[in-house]
Design a protein around this ligand. Structure first.
Ligand SMILES: *Cc1c(COP(=O)(O)O)cnc(C)c1O
Length: 344
């Protein structure tokens, strides 16, 4: 078999959710957009629901439909992109809760599904999604009459506890929601870790559940193991891979392993990363190809059947650093070619 294995530790996922929940005195939801941050939304949703999560968030109504299929009736499934044209039937039939983010969406919802649940998304300064203060002022009374389930906003800089943007957005959110008798939510993983002031009635962690920064205490959830396709000995002066970027400086044993940038392992990580046999690091050599990576196993002293690239030693954030990106992008880019294994 020449496909890599993505092992997802559902036990670690639950422990991460519990550890984050324990930091709050309010309810803790779970954000499972983008196929559960690339790890498989069906299993992720079911596992978290079993562990006691009652509220879920996804980006799009279509994602919400998959979650409803997985969970059946009961848990609340909230849609960040709100009530888009064409979504009405799905929202109604599958009992999804759109977070309306504009006057247009508010009116669409009130007209097409009067009395059906919705939340309100406010812009507290990020300028991405949500109603601005003036829009909200114009709509607040209508929205209140309709009885929203939640009023939410999102922090732009919560991964940096020192950023003045955090208290600024906190103040803006408070000013826009004061005097309303509706549950409020401002914090994702970063905001949850800032302080209780940011928690309000509901927190919405995503990345921390899946083992990524800024949740320092997170357990690794995703592990990637890649089969060795071929082994060879190369002489001093021979090169490995595209563009001859690596030249043997000693007689070397080289393993070719079966994953590459088409599996979400960015080419730019190149020689800044290792792969692991147990806890022994083996250097990646030459260019990462679409489906293959070269590895120097000279010092290993044995021929491994597979090598690990995402491990306790080389975390998703370390791969992200090597690629000049963030753990979120590594996880959500892993893609469909892996054999997925779930452990508990
Ligand atoms: C993605 C997202 C979250 C979760 O963010 P994390 O940083 O992954 O915890 C929460 N709220 C909104 C609006 C989001 O878009």
């Amino acid at each position: 078999m020449a496909t890599a294995t993505l092992t997802i530790d559902l036990g670690a996922l639950v422990r991460n959710w519990r550890a984050l929940d324990a930091k709050t005195n309010c309810e803790t939801a779970a954000v499972i957009k983008a196929d559960g941050y690339g790890l498989g939304v069906d299993r992720v949703a079911k596992t978290l629901a079993q562990a006691g999560v009652r509220k879920f968030f996804v980006a799009a109504t279509e994602e919400g439909a998959l979650v409803r299929q997985a969970l059946g009736p009961g848990p609340e499934i909230n849609i960040f992109s709100g009530h888009m044209r064409g979504d009405t039937d799905m929202i109604s039939d599958l009992e999804l809760t759109p977070m309306v983010n504009s006057i247009d969406q508010m009116l669409r919802h009130a007209e097409s599904l009067p009395g059906r649940p919705f939340g309100v998304q406010l812009d507290s300064g990020m300028n991405r999604l949500g109603m601005e203060p003036a829009e909200w002022a114009a709509l607040r009374e209508l929205a209140e009459q309709q009885g929203p389930t939640l009023i939410m906003s999102h922090l732009a800089c919560a991964d940096d506890p020192e950023s003045p943007m955090n208290p600024q957005q906190l103040g803006a959110f408070r000013a826009m929601t004061e005097g309303l008798n509706v549950p409020r939510s401002l914090a994702a993983t970063g905001g949850l870790l800032l302080s209780k002031e940011y928690h309000f009635d509901l927190t919405r962690p995503g990345i921390g559940l899946y083992g990524g920064a800024p949740f320092e205490g997170a357990e690794a959830v995703a592990h990637v193991s890649i089969p060795v396709i071929q082994l060879r000995d190369v002489e001093i002066g021979e090169t490995v891979g595209y563009s001859n970027t690596w030249t043997a400086e000693r007689p070397s044993r080289v393993a070719t392993i079966a994953a590459g940038y088409a599996d979400g392992l960015p080419r730019i990580m190149g020689e800044n990363i290792s792969v692991y046999h147990g806890s022994t690091a083996c250097p990646v050599i030459g260019r990462i190809s679409m489906d293959m990576i070269g590895v120097d196993i000279t010092d290993l002293g044995e021929d491994p059947a597979e090598l690990d690239i995402l491990t306790e030693d080389q975390t998703v954030d370390m791969l992200a650093d090597a690629a000049g990106t963030i753990g979120y992008e590594i996880l959500t880019s892993l893609g469909g070619r892996y054999t997925r294994r779930y452990t508990s």
